[in-house]
Design a protein around this ligand. Structure first.
Ligand SMILES: *Cc1c(COP(=O)(O)O)cnc(C)c1O
Length: 355
């Protein structure tokens, strides 16, 4: 796949000086530039870095109606050597193309996703925050753009990258109280759970709000196939420490997002001699392990929050309480991963791509 050469148009009025870097929040502030690439006639026609701006579309634009939309989320940090380290962008690029294939959308060439991203970050490098817990959140996404109400693959698409300097996801991450959901489901086998497509998220907002009203922070999603098999927690992968092993749902049913944080955490754990298991895991097994005193930790993994600890898990009339102050493995893995992203421990797997 050959991409058109990257065109660059720079802003003559940076907004950087107006930004309060002590109050970034998450995904609220965007850098001066964006990348937009256009697909038509079965090929990528153009790719351009340009000043951040609003876009206008026909009200009939297909993504508004049938949701051919996919996205990615990754981060970059400033490194001690003055460069900027993008964490595992090739993995996000590959995953985005797997999502594209599932949603019948075109794959994005490396020249646009990787080279375009590097150039965009180079241009907006002054926006990469340097404060404690801060990073540059990168949001690549693709939409279908045919102005037509037919339910079919669009012939035209736009791929975009926007950049957002973010603070720590939660300034002090409170441990989570979660509930295993036995009525609503996130996705079924054969559906789009493994793809990062918009439709997977819209449907989870109502159940999440209902759980919030009951005092829970996030939902533990169960596979509707048996309402037992654990999938994920909220929009994070989930891990359990059982009998000193790190156990996490396998990816075999296509219902679990292939988290890059999940993969990184499992790799770091193995590098440090921990045993890991990727397999089917039922909610009953978790409660059984807890009764036997074998369940030590529950935590979620994802780019936005890195690792969040779970302090309670409710399932029907049963509840597990854990004291996260006693957690040992999750804090160790979190610390290692954060240091690795910041270039403070050796990057033995060549996960950082520096600009
Ligand atoms: C993005 C996402 C994750 C985490 O993936 P990372 O690559 O680690 O950020 C987990 N679950 C869902 C449903 C997601 O959308």
């Amino acid at each position: 796949m050959n991409a058109a050469p990257l065109k660059i148009t720079l802003t003559n009025l940076s907004r950087l000086s107006q930004i309060d870097f002590n109050n970034l929040g998450f995904g609220q502030v965007f850098t001066d530039h964006i990348l937009i690439a256009n697909y038509a006639h079965q090929g990528w026609q153009s790719a351009e870095i340009m000043p951040f701006k609003d876009l206008s579309f026909s009200p009939a634009t297909s993504c508004f109606h049938y949701g051919q939309e996919i996205f990615e989320g990754l981060k970059a940090e400033s490194l001690p050597n003055g460069k900027i380290g993008i964490f595992r962008p090739y993995d996000n690029w590959k995953r985005m193309n797997q999502s594209a294939s599932r949603m019948s959308m075109p794959e994005i060439p490396e020249e646009i996703f990787i080279d375009g991203l590097k150039k965009l970050i180079e241009i907006d490098q002054a926006w990469v925050p340097t404060g404690e817990g801060q990073s540059l959140y990168i949001r690549p996404f693709m939409i279908s753009t045919d102005p037509s109400l037919g339910v079919k693959s669009s012939q035209t698409y736009k791929f975009l990258i926007i950049l957002s300097p973010v603070g720590a996801y939660f300034s002090k991450p409170a441990p989570l109280n979660i509930i295993a959901e036995t009525h609503f489901s996130r996705c079924s086998r054969g559906s789009t759970g493994f793809a990062k497509c918009a439709g997977n998220y819209g449907g989870t907002i109502f159940p999440a709000n209902e759980a919030n009203k009951l005092g829970f922070d996030q939902i533990l999603w169960l596979d509707p196939y048996d309402l037992k098999t654990i999938q994920e927690v909220g929009m994070m992968n989930v891990m359990f420490v059982i009998d000193n092993k790190i156990v996490t749902p396998s990816l075999q049913h296509d219902t679990v997002l292939k988290g890059i944080t999940r993969n990184s955490v499992l790799q770091i754990a193995q590098d440090h001699g921990y045993s890991i298991e990727e397999r089917d895991l039922s909610i009953d097994e978790i409660f059984q392990a807890h009764k036997q005193g074998l369940l030590k930790e529950i935590f979620g993994t994802g780019t936005a929050a890195v690792i969040l600890y779970v302090q309670s898990l409710t399932y029907q009339s049963q509840k597990i309480d854990l004291n996260t102050a006693n957690y040992q493995i999750a804090p160790f893995l979190k610390d290692q991963l954060i240091k690795l992203k910041k270039g403070l421990v050796e990057d033995t797997h060549q996960w950082l791509v520096s600009v």
